[in-house]
Ligand binder design. Structure first.
Ligand code: S3P
Length: 421
């Protein structure tokens, strides 16, 4: 589907309702599946990725009963009678494989064309070390992978890549392994699994970048999923670059491992404020306010900050095209193995729109400010690339046409309706 974006002449103003957080919806569903008793997850994200997690869990015997704003989740994990299809969702494939490996069942996980090209050795290697029997394509490097789980033993491991999905896969497996598992991260990554488990009384300790997890029983819980900061980033960016804008987004997840992009935008000169209002199972939730920011400047982004902005780099790059001077983003090679090669996709499409962007092996360099022009661009079948291009289209001269724009459904189904309203 081609989505047409016309230049926007009006400011963004008022309250904007951002959809629920994707990472927390996946985790709330998975934690409900391992909890002892009936859980309630309200305000879950209703998007393709989260649907993939729900469908896989349903195939494993977990019941999702619709209640008002969410689900009552019950049942116990059983051997699935068919292949678990994770669709486009890396979070589903990786964390669910870890979770199910703790049970004495046989299962196979597969995914769509994109997911079948994404690296899986990072989870199959530690899970094998814990005692799961795993076979998979290209020596357990890629989906489909088949697992016979159960009888796991604790391991002590140092992760080769900074990845919350890998960390979470091992944590879920460790909940049913014998002994205390230790996971050392190279850099800090999003810590939702640790926070939720800690709030639920599981045996988990976090000291800096070291996580220790022991076998734990999870009590039933209720959780209302807050708004997704990564989705909020697109509206924040749109408001920053559109004259006269002033927007407020409420009930946004403000976990420090997820809101580094707010600090990046502020460093670039954005008028942006946020404030915590409450905690939900250890997760800070609050309000974000953004105003039009006419004096943006380029910055350098690298090292340990990269995993904290990993999903926001395409939109940061787009904002950098409107900032004075040079923006350098490096140490971000991991972006090449996301839903698309996000370095190549961002560079190619922003260049088509007239931006001055240079591709690096592990990042990109943007020279700003540039006058963007509307043209035909491609989403690369990646939700975050499609949304970034839509924001670029709003400030471009002339119409922008996004090929395969429908991929926004992965994390933000009503995105186009909202951003063009
Ligand atoms: C996620 C972790 C990140 C992120 C993804 C969601 C999660 O992936 O890019 O969108 O929910 O744990 P990696 O762990 O592969 O970096």
């Amino acid at each position: 589907m081609i989505v047409k974006i016309a230049p926007r002449r009006k400011p963004f103003s008022g309250r904007i309702e951002i959809p629920p957080d994707k990472s927390l919806t996946h985790r709330a569903f998975m934690l409900s599946a391992v909890a002892e008793g009936v859980c309630e997850v309200t305000n879950p994200l209703d998007s393709k990725d989260c649907l993939a997690t729900r469908r896989c869990l349903e195939l494993c015997g977990i019941r999702f009963e619709k209640i008002g704003e969410g689900f009552k989740i019950s049942g116990e994990i059983e051997e699935p009678p068919d292949v678990l299809f994770a669709a486009n969702s890396g979070t589903t494939a990786r964390i669910l494989t870890g979770l199910l490996s703790g049970y004495p069942i046989y299962f196979t996980v597969s995914g769509d064309e994109s997911l079948k090209q994404r690296p899986m050795k990072r989870i199959t290697a530690p899970l094998k070390e814990m005692g799961a029997t795993i076979i998979g394509r290209k020596e357990e490097g890629f989906l489909p992978i088949s697992v016979k789980g159960g009888n796991l033993k604790a391991i002590s491991t140092s992760l080769p890549v900074a990845s919350a999905q890998v960390k979470s896969a091992i944590i879920f497996a460790a909940l049913r392994a014998e002994g205390k598992t230790e996971i050392q991260e190279p850099h800090r990554t999003r810590d939702h699994t640790e926070r939720l488990l800690n709030a639920l009384g599981a045996h988990i300790e976090v000291k800096g970048r070291l996580v220790k997890v022991g076998p734990s029983k999870i009590p039933p819980f209720s959780f209302k999923v807050p708004a997704d900061p990564s989705s909020c980033a697109f509206f924040a960016a749109a408001a920053m670059v559109t004259e006269g804008s002033h927007i407020v987004m409420e009930e946004v997840l403000l976990n420090p491992t997820r809101i580094e992009f707010l600090k990046v935008f502020r460093e670039m000169g954005a008028e942006i404020h946020w404030e915590e209002r409450e905690k939900r199972l250890g997760e800070p939730v609050g309000v974000v306010e953004v105003k039009h920011s006419p004096h943006l400047k380029g910055i350098t982004l690298s090292g340990e900050r990269i995993p904290l902005v990993i999903d926001e780099i395409p939109i940061i790059a787009m904002v950098a095209t409107q900032a004075e001077g040079r923006t350098v983003i490096k140490d971000a090679k991991e972006l090449r193995v996301k839903e698309s090669d996000r370095i190549a996709a961002t560079v190619r499409e922003l260049k088509r729109m007239g931006a001055e962007v240079e591709e690096l092996e592990d990042g990109l360099i943007i020279e700003g400010p540039a006058k963007l022009k509307g043209t035909r661009v491609f989403s690369h079948r990646d939700h975050r690339i499609a949304m970034m291009l839509a924001v670029a289209g709003l400030i471009a001269e002339g119409e922008t046409e996004i090929e395969e724009g429908e991929w926004v459904d992965i994390s933000f189904p009503h995105f186009f309706k909202m951003i063009t309203r």
